[in-house]
Design a protein around this ligand. Structure first.
Ligand code: CA
Length: 461
């Protein structure tokens, strides 16, 4: 065990050295010769940046995630690449901006999906994280949400086609487990037990805190002092947190803590809150979605930080610094693929174009600026803070725009994370540079308007 740990240390030092000299991921043989870390990726649904006790929530309680943060690093400037589910998840699996693969919004049934100009499903034949890890000898599992194909497309490629050895999901058309139960966690725990000799990679894509909410008696009882809506939301968060606790417990029980990188994150910011109660028969709706952004502007569907900045907490004892908060390095979901591939010692295909960057050095404790800017596209609702169609972040500066309406705002995230002071007229040169970077990126990606026109011929009645 000690030798294996040393070997990881050595390979990681190699990665650090390579990063310092500006070498690319392909030049690094991160895992060769050492024991490759197991990877557990817990991806929550619509779980806001502020929905953690350790991020200052006044009413939810997240003791297990807080423990994860205390034993690992809390990356406080983590951005997903879309403010909604499907594109955000596609970016994680591909390491590319979702628009590159024609995933502009969430997948619904086939007809509305095609009307949005989207592909029918995420292409299983492109470069994908689970396939790369599988090629490096990992046992691969996916449990919980899927949402990477039109929901009524019966012959859509199953998760197996994407490189998962085992899966159990609650999303149509592959639904085999229920989102109202703890099956996602149970199946993930079984997978970890089965593949304890490692290395394994398991996605735990949980239902909490997406609607419908299914608060359980046990947790409602725990929060009986709260008003009804906060009580329901706190109960749902507590159930998700307890599931994280189950994962941590099995890792401890099997003696795998030091060999396992555990990540907790969320696919987008918190849902909007409806002011009127609309109780559904099978669960509770948006009236109970009182999640928090931790003071960030916007929520789900918004390119402001409340929609795209989410928790990202990583624990890997002895490797990832414990109890650290990194509030300076902007890390993003597109960085996950190149970073995990270095840890797994797998080379990226030569034709593959990663949009993210290798963040192994940052994971292991370095504080540095990211090298690449980040870009976003949003094709859905434009109500309220959801108005920006595109945004770009370079350094601490972020530009949000709707070119069609001539609307454009500039924020400095370094001293204005709440995005309250528009600096567009104060720093015109910076604005011009960001605008030109964004315009160049837009030319690179498929146009949603054009894809809508192409899909017209394929519209389903
Ligand atoms: Ca979501």
């Amino acid at each position: 065990m000690i030798d294996a740990t040393h070997a990881i240390g050595l390979s990681v030092s190699l990665s650090l050295a390579s990063a310092a000299y500006g070498m690319g991921v392909r030049d690094v043989d991160g895992g060769a010769g050492g024991r490759k870390p197991n990877i557990v990726f817990i991806f929550a649904d619509d779980w806001g940046w502020g929905d953690l006790s350790c991020h200052g929530s006044k009413f939810v309680k997240t003791p297990n995630i807080d423990k994860l943060a205390a034993e690992g690093t809390d990356f406080q400037c983590f951005n997903v690449n879309s403010p909604v589910c499907s594109p955000s998840r596609a970016a994680l699996l591909t390491g590319q901006y979702p628009a590159r693969n024609r995933i502009f919004q969430h997948f619904g049934p086939l007809a509305p999906t095609r009307k949005r100009g989207m592909a029918d499903y995420l292409d299983p034949n492109i470069t994908l994280l689970p396939k790369l890890l599988k090629s490096a000898g990992y046992a691969t599992g996916h449990f919980g949400k899927w949402h990477l194909c039109a929901s009524d497309l019966k012959d859509a490629p199953s998760p197996k086609k994407y490189g998962y050895d085992e899966y159990a999901v609650y999303s149509e058309p592959f639904a085999g487990i229920k989102d109202s139960t703890n099956e996602t966690f149970d199946r993930a725990v079984e997978f970890i037990e089965k593949h304890r000799s490692g290395p394994f990679f398991v996605n735990v894509w949980i239902h909490q805190c997406h609607v419908p909410h299914y608060p359980k008696k046990k947790w409602l009882e725990r929060f009986k002092d709260l008003d009804e809506r906060h009580r329901v939301y706190a109960a749902v968060v507590a159930e998700g947190d307890a599931g994280v606790g189950e994962i941590l417990a099995v890792l401890k029980q099997l003696g795998l803590e030091k060999d396992t990188l555990v990540v907790f994150s969320s696919d987008n910011g918190p849902e909007r809150t409806l002011e009127k109660s609309k109780k559904k028969l099978d669960g509770l709706g948006l009236y109970y979605s009182v999640g928090e952004t931790g003071g960030l502007r916007g929520r789900k569907r918004s390119l402001f930080e409340g929609g795209v900045r989410v928790p990202f907490i990583c624990r890997w004892p002895g490797k990832v610094p414990a109890g650290k908060k990194n509030d300076s390095t902007v890390v993003s979901a597109v960085d996950v693929l190149p970073t995990f591939c270095v840890l797994a010692g797998v080379k990226l295909p030569s034709a593959y174009k990663p949009d993210g960057e290798n963040m192994v050095d940052v994971l292991l404790g370095a504080d540095r600026k990211r090298r690449k800017p980040l870009f976003w596209q949003w094709g859905g609702s434009q109500k309220g803070d959801c108005w920006p169609r595109y945004s770009v972040r370079d350094g601490s500066w972020k530009l949000v725009v709707d070119f069609a309406k001539g609307r454009l705002e500039l924020y400095n995230e370094a001293d204005d994370r709440a995005e309250k002071v528009d600096r567009a007229t104060q720093v015109p040169e910076r604005l011009a540079r960001l605008r030109s970077e964004l315009e160049a990126w837009i030319k690179e990606i498929p146009s949603q308007a054009e894809e809508k026109r192409k899909n017209k011929r394929r519209l389903v009645k």
